[in-house]
Design a protein around this ligand. Structure first.
Ligand SMILES: [Ca+2]
Ligand SMILES: [Ca+2]
Length: 109
């Protein structure tokens, strides 16, 4: 649970939500332009936050690289596993893709 909170804190791209429409937001993720977001696209986009914070590029966010300089180290694999779980939570219709509405829906507990 704690790890999910950390992952959420790392998801800086969400901040762009405030100044763009759901359709514009979806385009940030939709690298193949088919109008929907696959799991791979979701993970690739959200992983940018990890890469930005991994200042020594070793594939692990150490405590010193985490917000506030504290917390449990997290590997890229753990981070992306969390993103996959988030993707499936957002994919309400379970068709393997997110539309703009699903992508921008508030997370369910
Ligand atoms: Ca796509
Ligand atoms: Ca690192």
């Amino acid at each position: 649970m704690r790890r999910l909170i950390i992952a959420a804190a790392l998801c800086m791209p969400l901040a762009t939500l405030a100044q763009s429409t759901p359709a514009e937001y979806l385009k940030l993720f939709d690298s193949n332009g088919d109008g929907k977001v696959s799991e791979a696209e979701y993970v690739a986009y959200m992983s940018q936050g990890f890469y930005r914070m991994d200042t020594n590029h070793d594939g692990v966010l150490e405590s010193s690289e985490l917000p506030g300089g504290r917390g449990k180290p997290i590997t890229l694999k753990e981070f992306q596993d969390n993103l996959c779980r988030q993707f499936h939570q957002l994919d309400r219709h379970h068709h393997g893709y997110l539309n703009a509405q699903e992508l921008t829906a508030p997370p369910q507990g």
